[in-house]
Write a protein that binds this ligand. Structure first.
Ligand code: DQA
Length: 143
């Protein structure tokens, strides 16, 4: 079984999107970092991005059948999506780790609430691309 690494809206624009906040790495760079860490941990990864909420819901359902766990950066849907919250509940007890590049608690108050955190095993934020590799390590230790 593999680990699904799911990315939500606007993360396809990493590298050129608010580099002062999100850094200069592209999503392809982050995918390469994840593949390197995953192979060292003996994990196979499925790395995806979509700007559409329903794709993320569909992929969580698919992960429920096929994956050992999920790492998710749902972007702004983190703060709004009851549908993603419900999808994670629907695949329980599949372990889901929430990640963010930025420290969402040090930013605008509308980013302080996460719909995903209550249904995740844990959340890692604020470490840039490193948040993803830390999440993979946390998931591997749990599997
Ligand atoms: C983000 C934080 C969210 O608040 C924001 O909407 C994003 C990226 C992060 O990785 O820091 O799109 O999830």
């Amino acid at each position: 079984k593999s680990v699904f690494i799911l990315n939500g809206p606007n993360l396809n624009a990493l590298g050129k999107r608010e580099p002062g906040i999100y850094g200069g790495k592209t999503l392809a760079d982050i995918e390469a970092d994840c593949r390197e860490t995953a192979s060292a941990l003996g994990l196979a990864v499925e790395f995806r991005q979509s700007n559409h909420e329903g794709d993320l819901v569909d992929w969580i359902h698919e992960a429920g059948d096929k994956a050992a766990g999920v790492v998710i950066n749902a972007g702004a849907y983190t703060h709004t999506s009851i549908a993603i919250h419900d999808a994670i509940r629907a695949v329980s007890p599949l372990p889901v780790v929430e990640v963010h590049l930025s420290n969402i608690h040090a930013r605008e108050s509308f980013r302080h609430v996460s719909m995903i955190a209550p249904v995740a095993v844990g959340m890692i934020c604020g470490f840039g691309p490193h948040s993803y590799t830390l999440a993979l390590q946390a998931l591997a230790a749990r599997l």
